[in-house]
Design a binder for this molecule. Structure first.
Ligand code: ASP
Length: 328
């Protein structure tokens, strides 16, 4: 079985069969997410990911293997295409769990990963339009529908700029998570991301933090998170799900229980950061959890509103399923 974020579907379609024919769940989970890491049209992960406020793409990723109960992670990794593979190297080739920043880059290079410019032309353009739209008090002009002072843009160019500007309206969050369960009961997972767009350089999200953005235990199951990393970190969201599975809860109940906890935590945090919840006390941010039990039961739960997650199982193969929202 494979369970993960919606953007894991293309990878599941390509690699589910190898899990069925006996590949290790960790191998399969990593192959699934690598598709998106290398996809420059996805602005939330790897190549083409939106950069931090300085225009630098900094990647976070982690892997965990339930068979050995070992994990590896990298954070603030620059110029490397496949952070999930580097996280795996941290797990398999060192006695550490996490390596960050320059050290992670040098570590990846020393294992043969090539230096890659991850900031694509389009991501650079979106970043520059974000900088220009930050303030009317500074010396950069707020971008209009055209950048050429008075000369009309072609309809194609105007449509392209309008598409880019959609990334300015809403903070881009993204991330890909994949949990894998093999027929022999082995479980593994990975989460990889370019993190929150325009983040403060050096910010580490939940994705590479074991227990927050992912967690699995060969005795209990697997879980992962996408969405507001700070909320997943403060709730230890993924390990909280797995602990509830261990206690006998079904994946759906476990996921919803953790989201209830996140909601209560957000209400308390809103005492000093009021925008975190609305007038009903419902969090204003997104958080999605993917939960997979060792018996193959699974769930995708969403803090707010509808959505979909990706799943692949013997009954239906790779497909999208509906998230269960906690708040409507
Ligand atoms: N969880 C990621 C982070 O906070 C972002 C996301 O999933 O959208 O870095």
């Amino acid at each position: 079985m494979l369970v993960g974020s919606k953007n894991a579907l293309p990878g599941m379609q390509l690699h589910y069969q190898s899990l069925v024919t006996g590949a290790l769940p960790l191998d399969v989970a990593i192959e699934v997410v690598k598709i998106v890491e290398a996809d420059e049209t996805d602005h939330s992960v790897g190549l083409g990911g939106l950069p931090n406020e300085d225009g630098v793409v900094q990647l976070d990723a982690a892997v965990m293997d339930g068979r050995t109960h070992n994990a590896g992670a990298v954070a603030c990794l620059e110029n490397i295409l496949h952070p999930s593979e580097v996280a795996r190297l941290v797990m398999e080739r060192t006695d550490h769990v996490m390596i960050v920043g320059r050290g992670a880059y040098e570590f990846a290079r020393s294992h043969g990963h090539p230096h890659v410019e991850l900031l694509t032309e389009e991501a650079r353009e979106i970043w520059m339009r974000w900088k220009e739209s930050m303030s009317e008090q500074d010396d950069r002009l707020v971008p209009g529908p055209d950048t050429r002072q008075g000369r009309a843009a072609s309809p194609e160019e105007a449509a392209r700029l309008a598409r880019l500007d959609r990334y300015l309206v809403e903070r881009v969050t993204g991330t890909i998570h994949c949990s894998a369960l093999a027929l022999d009961g082995n479980v593994a997972c990975t989460t990889t991301t370019s993190g929150l767009s325009w983040k403060i350089p050096g910010r580490v999200g939940d994705s590479p933090q074991i227990g927050s953005g992912l967690y699995c235990d060969g005795e209990a199951g697997s879980a992962g998170a996408t969405g507001r990393g700070e909320a997943a970190i403060l709730a230890h969201a993924s390990s909280a799900c797995v602990e509830l599975l261990r206690g006998g809860m079904a994946p759906l109940d476990a996921g919803l229980e953790v989201l209830r906890r996140v909601t209560r935590q957000a209400r308390r945090a809103a005492l000093w950061q009021p925008g975190l919840v609305d007038e009903r006390g419902v969090p204003t941010f997104g958080l999605t959890l993917y939960v997979l039990g060792l018996d193959g039961r699974h769930a995708g739960v969403n803090l707010l509103g509808p959505g979909q997650y990706a799943v692949a199982d013997p009954e239906g193969g790779p497909r999208l399923a509906d998230l269960v929202p906690l708040h409507e």
